[in-house]
Design a protein. Sequence first.
Length: 119
Amino acid sequence: VQLVESGGGLVQPGGSLRLSCAASGFTFRSVDMSWYRQAPGKDRELVARITSADGSTKYADSVRGRFTISRDNAKTTLYLQMSSLKPEDTAVYYCNARRLVVTQYNYYWGQGTQVTVSS
């Protein structure tokens, strides 16, 4: 399993970024995919999730209405469109794959991409 994030960087408050996660080594269309983030001194938190079954989405309250998660199963790529960015969105963003094996989930992580929101 390999997950490779890209698209992070420095952006001013109110700006936008799109993160991508290129996935390989597993059946992408059959796996729930998520974005997590971890700010300095804080725990890693779920930002958004998109399911494999029907593409339904879930968002953290702090990003709902500003961020959009999507997936392209043909390209085996996960996206996170981030708009109206705030300084508190500054964090390392991680791509996550959650694969159900019998009755347990196995979790896989990318290396992370830094997003910094600052003027």
